[in-house]
Design a protein around this ligand. Structure first.
Ligand SMILES: Nc1ncnc2c1ncn2[C@@H]1O[C@H](COP(=O)(O)OP(=O)(O)OP(=O)(O)O)[C@@H](O)[C@H]1O
Ligand SMILES: [Mg+2]
Length: 379
């Protein structure tokens, strides 16, 4: 397995940073600092090297430092596939976000081929208790890591569905047009269902290999009312859409298809559905999925992912936290960990590179500090 990691990171006019630079030696990274100091912003900057809007799902404009509002840039040196790469992504202040790999214009999907970035952020603490949208997005991001075509399928499916919904809202009963859209939805929608199912199977296999002691989640994709929205047979989905037209005209939107699927998680040992689990158990379930995902990516994609773990120590007791950290070290991933309290990370000791983040007058700075020289964790 080759390594995948950042060896440097530079931020310009990004969020609360005017300019910042981090030189990274390959060990996992611990960022500590007070609330609002700029820890998450650094992780977000790293997440811009993954297709999509990054881990806060922000629009490009929001990330420009408010002092100047002239856009932003994040550049980095990356080690992947056995060699070094210069990568950069920036927002010039208008038009879209740009990407450059080795000084040449590239697309966001090209970044996805170079490296995979997975993250766990505090907003995901509500993943199991909120509506299905967040869980579906979570599952789709996992699927995109294994099946790059999944994102194109999702985009094409949603585009066709928006068009179908528009016809429905405008009460236009144009048969041939509707047939065509439903055919596109059937083809893309069944591809989506297939890659979601395969992703779950892959995670299950990877979860079994783990000896982290983390509770695993039994995952299933479900359809509302037990409908056939998750079918992998394009004919069946096309028929279901056609049959549903009358009902969809009454509802004003499409009621069958993988856009309504949900991810059900059950705590393997207690048999409890995730939404009824305790806060700490919910966090542990999420982290067990993230760890299984990292393990599967390492095995399938030629190198480990980069992991962004924003405030993951909160809600975990000391035992769970240390088991989680041991697993991170075993997986040999470049993990980026944040927290307000450095004590959480003491057991990681010299195995990690430490940075202190601070803020003065709305501007953030980041400096490398000495990691505590505690005994190395067992295992
Ligand atoms: N576009 C922007 N320009 C300037 N500052 C911004 C911008 N967007 C957010 N900020 C500010 O940047 C600061 C750092 O935010 P960040 O989320 O990185 O902090 P944090 O260290 O993760 O804090 P916490 O511990 O509370 O999670 C915050 O004060 C926030 O209000
Ligand atoms: Mg934060």
């Amino acid at each position: 397995m080759t390594e995948t990691r950042f060896s440097s990171l530079r931020l310009v006019q990004f969020r609360s940073y005017g300019k910042a630079a981090l030189e990274l030696d390959g060990r996992p990274i611990v960022l500590t600092g007070q609330n609002g100091s700029g820890k998450t912003s650094i992780l977000e900057a790293v997440s811009m090297f993954s297709p999509g809007r990054g881990m806060r799902r922000a629009v490009s404009d929001e990330m420009a430092c408010r002092r100047n509002k002239v856009g932003w840039k994040v550049s980095a040196e990356l080690v992947a596939g056995g060699r070094g790469w210069e990568v950069a992504t920036w927002f010039p202040g208008s038009a879209g976000r740009r990407v450059e790999i080795e000084g040449k214009a590239a697309r966001q999907v090209d970044l996805g081929r170079l490296l995979r970035v997975v993250w766990a952020v505090p907003a995901m603490d509500r993943l199991w208790s909120e509506s299905g949208d967040g869980r579906r997005r979570f599952l789709d991001r996992l699927a995109m890591g294994f099946f790059p075509a999944h994102s194109e399928d999702v985009i094409a499916y949603e585009k066709a569905m928006r068009e179908r919904n528009r016809l429905i809202r405008e009460r236009r009963r144009v048969g041939a047009w509707m047939d065509g859209l439903e055919q596109q939805m059937a083809e893309r929608g069944t591809a989506i269902a297939r890659s979601r199912r395969r992703t779950i199977e892959r995670l299950k296999a990877a979860g079994k290999e783990s000896d982290s002691g983390f509770p695993s989640a039994r995952l299933t994709v479900i359809s509302p009312d037990g409908g056939n929205g998750n079918t992998e047979d394009p004919k069946e989905l096309a028929e279901a859409l056609k049959l549903g037209r009358h009902r969809d005209f009454a509802a004003g939107r499409t009621l069958v298809g993988p856009h309504r699927s949900d991810l059900l998680a059950v705590h393997e040992t207690s048999g409890m559905e995730a939404r009824n689990c305790s806060t700490g158990e919910q966090k542990a379930l999420l982290l067990s999925i993230i760890l299984a995902n990292a393990r599967a990516i390492s095995e399938d994609c030629g190198g480990p992912p980069v992991m962004l773990l924003d405030e993951i120590a909160a809600h975990l007791d000391a035992g769970r936290r240390d088991r989680f950290f041991s697993e991170i070290l075993r997986l040999k991933v470049q993990a980026w960990l944040t927290g307000t309290q450095s004590e959480y990370f003491n057991s990681l000791g010299l195995d990690t590179q430490w940075f202190e983040v601070s803020e003065t007058n709305g501007l953030s700075t980041v400096v490398e500090t000495k990691a505590p020289s505690r005994p190395l964790p067992q295992g």
